[in-house]
Design a protein around this ligand. Structure first.
Ligand SMILES: O=C(O)CCC(=O)C(=O)O
Ligand SMILES: [Fe+2]
Length: 435
């Protein structure tokens, strides 16, 4: 039985190139083992040691002991710099067309280099995001910040399993829902990283009030994006319905060294081509994005940073919209900072609220369950050229410390509006028939 599971797992890996996360995962492990060494240096060492975490870590330990060749974290993620705009030197002030946008982005962000963006027009032109500065009336932003800093005193780090290591997120967070019924469902039915969330809270009156403003602004931004970047049409699998957030994740970064590693947000409850509204409060930090470039071959890891990173600077009271192009094709992170400019209310702390639209067809009651009896996770092929852009459901029960998952894997199909085209029972039957 074990042999069967192992070979099935291997097969799934081959079709989806699931390995694609391994560089990020390896970097996350190395980062937690060597917190003072910046990610670029870790990546260089990892590549030099053929992707072996153990060899990289050993080599880093001996080099840091001898203090040779390693620069401490010296990322430029630091103070809030100011930059007028790229437009001032690129000579263009007009709204870019999709073609000119991607050409400019290619020219400006390069392998190994980080392009720093501050101006909303530059962010719109070079990334799948848009930003609204000074989003809330300032007293509303400040009082939401005060409330969430208070809440964050009891937030916890999320613990999960990476390969055989148990690691915890380098920041704290909590999850907010609107009704008692959702609170009950979230703790009994929903699954994150293979396990149940332990800290689910009822949304606060201020978070709820701000949600209405976020909802209006995000829907406006979506329409604008469709007009300027999507040729007037929603993307294939993008929902045609107005974006209607019903949950919020709140993250707290207590100091410059707290961060979140490279990831794409989980589509499991959002569906394909999801849009997310992300409000930043307190100290300004860098939100880094990079496009995922499909691999030419299975062991081609050199492409991981082929187009370089883009750092979007997120000041207090800014709303970042991650548009429908984002989660499937890009990864994002909050980089550790070497220096920060303290905020008058928050000091070194930053609060981030991501409002999300959990869609009914993606309720775990309707989505496939794996052999462990757990609702599966929805993912997309990001690296493997062959199946690039295809969605699949897979078991994630093995991410819980102390648990092993199963080999469940199933391609996911959606109609043009992003609704699953097969019912759960239909999918389960097909899966059982195949086994
Ligand atoms: O803190 C942020 O701005 C981003 C947080 C994030 O990526 C997430 O919660 O998924
Ligand atoms: Fe995220």
């Amino acid at each position: 039985m074990d042999g069967f599971v192992t070979s099935k797992k291997r097969k799934a890996k081959q079709v989806v190139g699931d390995d694609d996360e391994s560089t990020d995962v390896k970097l996350a492990i190395l980062s937690s083992l060597h917190p003072t060494i910046n990610q670029e240096t870790l990546l260089e060492f990892l590549l030099a040691h053929d992707g072996s975490v153990q060899a990289t870590s050993g080599s880093l330990k001996s080099q840091t002991a001898g203090l040779t060749g390693i620069s401490p974290r010296k990322t430029s993620s630091s103070q809030v710099h100011s930059q007028s705009s790229l437009r001032s030197w690129s000579g263009s002030t007009s709204t870019p067309t999709p073609a000119s946008t991607s050409k400019r982005a290619k020219l400006l962000s390069r392998k190994g280099a980080t392009l720093h963006l501050f101006d909303p027009e530059d962010i719109r032109a070079h990334t799948p995001c848009t930003i609204v500065h000074n989003f809330l009336p300032s007293d509303e932003a400040n009082s939401l910040l005060v409330e969430l800093l208070q809440e964050a005193q009891t937030f916890e780090k999320i613990t999960f399993k990476l390969f055989d290591n148990v690691v915890s997120s380098p920041h704290t967070s909590a999850f907010y829902v609107e009704t008692d019924q959702e609170l009950e469902q979230q703790t009994s039915e929903y699954v994150y990283n293979g396990g149940k969330l332990t800290d689910v809270r009822k949304i606060t009156p201020q978070l709820l009030k701000v949600k209405t403003r976020v909802q209006e602004a995000v829907n406006r931004e979506i329409q604008e994006r469709i007009r300027t970047h999507q040729g007037g049409k929603k993307l294939k699998h993008q929902s045609p319905h107005p974006w209607s957030p019903n949950v919020a994740f709140v993250n707290c970064y207590s100091g410059a060294d707290e961060s979140v590693g490279w990831h794409s947000d989980q589509l499991t409850y959002l569906g394909p081509r999801a849009v997310i509204g992300s409000l930043s409060l307190g100290v300004a930090r860098e939100f880094r994005v990079r496009r995922i470039v499909p691999r030419e071959t299975d062991d081609d890891d050199n492409n991981a940073d082929a187009q370089g990173q883009i750092a979007i600077h997120l000041p207090h009271n800014s709303l970042l919209v991650m548009h429908a192009e984002m989660q499937e094709e890009w990864k994002h992170s909050i980089a550790p900072a070497s220096v920060i400019d303290p905020h008058p209310i928050a000091g070194a702390r930053r609060i981030n609220v991501t409002y999300r639209d959990y869609r009914e067809p993606f309720n775990p009651r309707h989505t496939p369950r794996c052999g462990c009896g757990v609702a599966t996770v929805l993912r997309v092929v990001q690296r493997k050229k062959e199946n690039w852009g295809r969605y699949f459901w897979m078991c994630h029960a093995g991410n819980v410390p102390g648990k092993d998952g199963c080999a469940f894997f199933q391609w996911a199909e959606f109609d043009d509006d992003g609704n699953p085209t097969t019912s759960r029972s239909g999918q389960q039957q097909k899966q059982q028939a195949k086994q």
